[in-house]
Design a protein around this ligand. Sequence first.
Ligand SMILES: Cc1cc2nc3c(=O)[nH]c(=O)nc-3n(C[C@H](O)[C@H](O)[C@H](O)COP(=O)(O)OP(=O)(O)OC[C@H]3O[C@@H](n4cnc5c(N)ncnc54)[C@H](O)[C@@H]3O)c2cc1C
Length: 392
Amino acid sequence: MDLAYGKEYEAFRLEVRDFLAEHWLQGSREGNAPQATSDFRQTATDRGYLYRGVPKAYGGGEQPADALKAQVIREEFGRARAPMEVSGNGVSMLVPTLLERGEEWQKEKFIRKTILGEYQWAQGYSEPGSGSDLASLRTQGRLEGDEWVIDGQKIWTSQAQHCQFMFTLVRTEPEASKHAGISYLLVPLDQPGIEIKPLKMITGQSHFNEVFLNDARTPADWIVGERGEGWKVSKTTLKHERNAIGGGSQAIFESLMRLVGKATLDGRPALEDPSIRERIAALEAWVWAQKYTAYHQMTCGLQGKDPGIVTLLNKLLATDIGHEVAAVALELIGDASLKEPFAAAPDQRGDERWMNQFMGSLGNSIAGGTSNIQRNIIAERGLGLPREESTA
Ligand SMILES: Cc1cc2nc3c(=O)[nH]c(=O)nc-3n(C[C@H](O)[C@H](O)[C@H](O)COP(=O)(O)OP(=O)(O)OC[C@H]3O[C@@H](n4cnc5c(N)ncnc54)[C@H](O)[C@@H]3O)c2cc1C
């Protein structure tokens, strides 16, 4: 098996390195003011390194899909600690959805400002009682003149307290069957009909919110897709270039190894403890497995094939790795995990603590579809086991 990227891509790598040497002078995030960061992003986008799947007309880099080039860019920007695309639901979820399903005016109005980070979006899917069984959602939307009027409640809405807009699923066709009655609406959050209440998490932070909609309003044409097509729109898949390569798991594993290198158990180096060695060996095998699964996913992308359940396997594995890494750390340092900083890279500030990393890892097994649900789908679609009885 030859895992080299080939001459063309290594030449491309040198080109990206030259670009970074010229334009990301200070070489670290900390040394760059916000304006410098945003100017750099603009230059990198103009050169076609960022927002490659977004047409230039909407402010993107507009490049032909090429998963290997995207990977080289991730690797080189990561090495130089240069800013990648703005993070958040807007860029990762709404922009690809609008590109595939949005009206022309919606693309023009929302995409450029979203990728510049001026518009931030919350994802209003989950409701009390409708999480895994999302299609049972009850928030109602009705058309009154040229506006949708929305009543109901969303929950676990990440970062809504900092966002200007929300893309949300709302039941607009109460007579239709469960999945056919839902529409995908874009809603401004700063209005009298919306109340956002932050929820305090076990970590003490307020990552997510309850969002109460009481006579909330949004223009009639702020709908993506047709009425009753919201379920299909919400399933719009992300472009294959966005497939992650498991770098996150590698980084947190390395963070654990730095901790293990310093830790002692019963007065001896932790690495001499057989049970710790066994768990670390298993973890390292998972990290490698995930890395090569991600390569497989990338190859599927290059060959225009659907990676199928591999993306689900990756999410499941990443979640399990994150949890086990933090569990081993807690075992090693005990109460010190309340103080000991967690940093995914040696030169990171590390404003998280290992205890937060552990508690956050529990949330990751729920966010974006729970691990049990991933396992169900892997079993049904991947292993051909009988399907769960539908409640539709
Ligand atoms: C950190 C975090 C961020 C989030 N951010 C957002 C956000 O921004 N926007 C948003 O809309 N939502 C968000 N969510 C919500 C998330 O999508 C839901 O929590 C998730 O879909 C699970 O739904 P639920 O909480 O209602 O749990 P439930 O669906 O009630 O599940 C409870 C338990 O039952 C299990 N279970 C349920 N059904 C089955 C089944 N059929 N087979 C086997 N087991 C099953 C689940 O695995 C779980 O263990 C976030 C959640 C977290 C933790």
